[in-house]
Design a binder for this molecule. Sequence first.
Ligand code: HEC
Length: 183
Amino acid sequence: MMDSFEFNKIAGAVLSVLLFVMGLGIFSSAIFHAQQPKTPGYDLPSAEVAATAAPAAVAIVPVAQILASADPAKGAGATKAACGACHNFEQGSGSKAGPTLYGIVNRPIASAAGFAYSSSLQEKAKTDKEWSFEALNAFILNPKGYASNTKMAYGGEKNDGRRGDILAYLRSLASSPAPLPAK
Ligand code: HEC
């Protein structure tokens, strides 16, 4: 037989265990309370971060500096290899896939008779007018960067030394080569 004192002891023990477990729950949720975001979902990197992560603009070496150490003889081979499939170089030569490059330095942009130029290059003719060394340098570095929809299917020569040699060779394709840019 259980007397009432013993019953109270057992009831008290059960109660205190329950209280302890409840207390533990409240206590631990206070410690491990997960931060609820204001708006549900994942945090995406903000636009600000994406903007600062963009690569810095590459400094372009002035064409005069590139030409100063260029070699037209080396450029002859490089130009024929890189451009010869689409361009002629001799005086009086006509167009292939691209217009003749004889006399290209300081020739008006998009001016070879009978050649169907892209609208991009025709637009460039209005602003830049002629194939200055600067314009040629920019176009051969990155054709699509210079004239976005050019139909010249050539990726560009990124190496300053090799591009300089090509420019020096193009300069030689004239009865009297254009003076080198001063600076
Ligand atoms: C796959 C053929 C192809 C290759 C390779 C190519 N070109 Fe062209 N090039 C063209 C075409 C096509 C055009 C006309 C572009 C247009 O109308 O947008 C052109 C236009 C040009 C022009 C403008 C001519 C003008 O009358 O305004 C220059 C300068 C030129 N190319 C230089 C070069 C040089 C230098 C190389 C080699 C480093 C080269 N191209 C490689 C096809 C080519």
